[in-house]
Design a protein around this ligand. Structure first.
Ligand SMILES: NC(=O)c1ccc[n+]([C@@H]2O[C@H](COP(=O)([O-])OP(=O)(O)OC[C@H]3O[C@@H](n4cnc5c(N)ncnc54)[C@H](OP(=O)(O)O)[C@@H]3O)[C@@H](O)[C@H]2O)c1
Length: 262
């Protein structure tokens, strides 16, 4: 089953490197407009590089791996090619029906993966109204890379900021945590903070306790950890987090709106 991948950036790379050794990639073909990212990735991931879409006849699947802002250019590139294929789009911010309309395609599955798929601990949210039979195939494939969950499109849209953007949000928090101390060098502090983050992840993997219980294991009444948490709660850290997420949701709506107007 041939798979043609359009775009060879960070997300496509994470998926293909995750799939290496998990599934047969001998029928996977990758294309990018510059050719550079696709050629490099083809060598890294052991897939075929193509410099023109005409090199791949009748792919069963066409993956869309460019940025949402590049969708109109992509539509020109596709120009009605591959009418029989099912499209798999990782583009954020544009609905399935709009993507199908812009591209003129009949079957499209939306996915929202995160970069952790490269290490098979990722999350991929999946939704489709137009390819209800093919969606199971997508779930099976992405289950090789961690959790692959079928959701409604509005759930995929809302949760993109949690699962797709999530790693960056934890890294940002970890960076500020490290910067709140003065001992050792900046780099050494960052290394300690990184280990705390990854160690907490390992600990989460091995327990079914809820987050409140895990916080309870670290804190003691009137101790120092709870003093930090109480100050953050008094300063309404939760409101700061909500406001940031709201800004992300607004930006997503703007991108979608701008694309409709262009
Ligand atoms: N990065 C993440 O953590 C993440 C998470 C979830 C979802 N996503 C989604 O994944 C998609 C790609 O993001 P990314 O971070 O991988 O972007 P990226 O690193 O900037 O890669 C974009 C790729 O798209 C190619 N491209 C540009 N215009 C194109 C066109 N008209 N037709 C086909 N390919 C084109 C680029 O090729 P050239 O190299 O030739 O310019 C490049 O290979 C986005 O839609 C994003 O919403 C990303």
């Amino acid at each position: 089953m041939k798979v043609l991948i359009l775009g060879a950036g960070k997300m496509v790379e994470a998926i293909l490197l995750g799939l290496q050794n998990e599934t047969d990639l001998s029928q996977y073909y990758v294309y990018s407009p510059s050719g550079k990212s696709a050629e490099l990735l083809s060598k890294k991931a052991g897939v075929h590089f193509v410099s023109s879409l005409d090199e791949v006849k009748d792919p069963a699947w066409v993956w869309l791996g460019c940025k949402p802002q590049q969708l109109n250019d992509l539509a020109k590139l596709l120009n009605g090619k591959f009418p029989q294929a099912t499209f798999l789009s990782m583009l954020a911010a544009i609905s399935e029906s709009e993507q199908r309309k812009i591209l003129g395609v009949s079957k499209l599955v939306r996915i929202m993966p995160n970069l952790i798929v490269r290490f098979k601990k990722g999350i991929t949210l999946i939704s489709s109204q137009s390819a209800t039979e093919e969606i199971k195939h997508v779930q099976n494939l992405f289950s090789l890379l961690g959790l692959a969950q079928i959701v409604t499109e509005s759930e995929l849209e809302e949760l993109t900021l949690l699962t797709g953007s999530g790693p960056a949000l934890f890294y940002e928090f970890t960076k500020h945590l490290a910067a709140s101390f003065t001992s050792l060098s900046e780099l050494e502090r960052e290394n300690l903070a990184r280990m705390v983050l990854s160690g907490s992840g390992v600990s989460l993997d091995s327990t079914s306790l809820g987050l409140d219980d895990l916080i309870g294991q670290v804190t003691s009444k009137a101790g120092v950890t709870i003093a930090v948490l109480q100050e953050w709660r008094r300063l309404k850290l939760n409101d700061l987090i909500h406001d940031g997420i709201d800004a992300g949701k607004k930006r997503s709506a703007e991108i979608s709106q701008n694309l409709r107007g262009s």
